[in-house]
Design a protein around this ligand. Structure first.
Ligand SMILES: [Zn+2]
Length: 321
């Protein structure tokens, strides 16, 4: 099947107790750096299995289509796809949010919030026994994060256009699309592009239920690895890198099945099978849309005065409620 088109590399290996786990990097499509690319990331938090499942479901569907879908083959001649479906296998194996060192990989990048952050949740250096631990000040990033950064820096950032989508779960009743910043209340320069992308999605799939917002609209954090990579990308003004987080609203699954509250995985994952498949299918639509949007980015990315007007509208929408 389509596996012949898939290149697999071990981006790093991690230990948890006496077990060793590989962190895989899977690529498809044309490696030419002049072409756009999309990266799909998941399993940064070991308890949020659904993110990894959504990505594997989508990848499986792509590989199956590679056997017969000519249009998909043509598309992959014009773009690059990167998957890291399970960045924290040690955490998933031991059923913890953090990695085996007790570090929350989403609080671990060398970046400090410039606004106040919620106690503990915003990231702290008190103890690895508490959730949201950042790691030791001044230490290198954890090996999982170093691998993630290497993949983004080599596969996405050198291109004139790329999107990263990182799949999480566990926050709120609704499915959200979060974008930078997490470390600051200041709007990013790419708000216009994100507003346009949202419009494009709503026009293509009316009644879709994602709530788009900057992460800081909910809470600010220290050490967000996507902010860290976004700021690196900003050094090259000729390229656009949009890191998006898909935050699946798991509280709805709990509401429909309150027994989930008593399971450690229940707060983060759909436990009923028909709901699991519905969740995987629904988010596949979003991932597939993003892949197409990346391939045709020059057809919709706003430019010139239109872009300036959209940036103003976006600031009014997200920063001046
Ligand atoms: Zn998460």
């Amino acid at each position: 099947m389509g596996r012949a088109h898939l290149e697999a590399h071990v981006a790093c290996e991690v230990s948890a107790g006496d077990k060793r786990f590989p962190v895989y990097q899977l690529t498809l499509g044309n490696p030419d750096p002049r072409l756009p690319a999309i990266g799909f990331f998941g399993g940064i938090h070991g308890l949020e299995r659904i993110g990894t499942q959504v990505l594997l479901y989508f990848l499986h569907s792509l590989l199956t289509r590679m056997e017969w879908d000519k249009s998909l083959h043509r598309m992959l001649q014009d773009m690059r796809l990167v998957f890291m479906p399970l960045i924290n296998p040690g955490g998933m194996w031991q059923s913890t949010r953090c990695n085996p060192q007790g570090v929350d990989l989403m609080r671990n990048a060398p970046i400090e919030a410039d606004s106040s952050v919620p106690f503990l949740l915003g990231g702290h250096r008190i103890s690895s026994r508490l959730p949201w631990y950042r790691g030791i000040a001044g230490a290198e990033m954890e090996s999982e994060n170093q691998a993630l950064c290497r993949v983004v820096q080599t596969e996405l950032l050198p291109r004139s256009f790329s999107i990263a989508v990182d799949c999480h779960s566990g926050f709120g009743l609704r499915d959200r699309i979060w974008f930078p910043h997490a470390h600051s209340m200041n709007p990013i320069d790419q708000l216009a592009d994100i507003l346009r992308l949202e419009e494009l999605f709503q026009q293509t799939y009316p009644n879709s239920r994602y709530l788009f917002e900057p992460q800081c609209a909910q809470y600010c954090t220290h050490g967000d690895v996507w902010d860290y990579l976004y700021l690196q990308a900003q050094q090259n003004k000729d390229s656009t890198f949009l890191p998006l987080t898909l935050e699946m609203g798991s509280w709805l699954w709990v509401k429909k099945n309150p027994r989930q509250l008593f399971s450690r995985h229940g707060m983060f994952n759909p436990l009923v099978e028909h709901r699991l498949y519905r969740v995987m299918r629904r988010h596949s639509v979003w991932l597939d849309f993003l892949m197409h949007a990346v391939c045709g980015y020059d057809k919709w990315l706003p430019k010139g005065p239109t872009r300036l007007r959209m940036q103003e509208r976006a600031i009014a929408r997200w920063y001046k409620p």
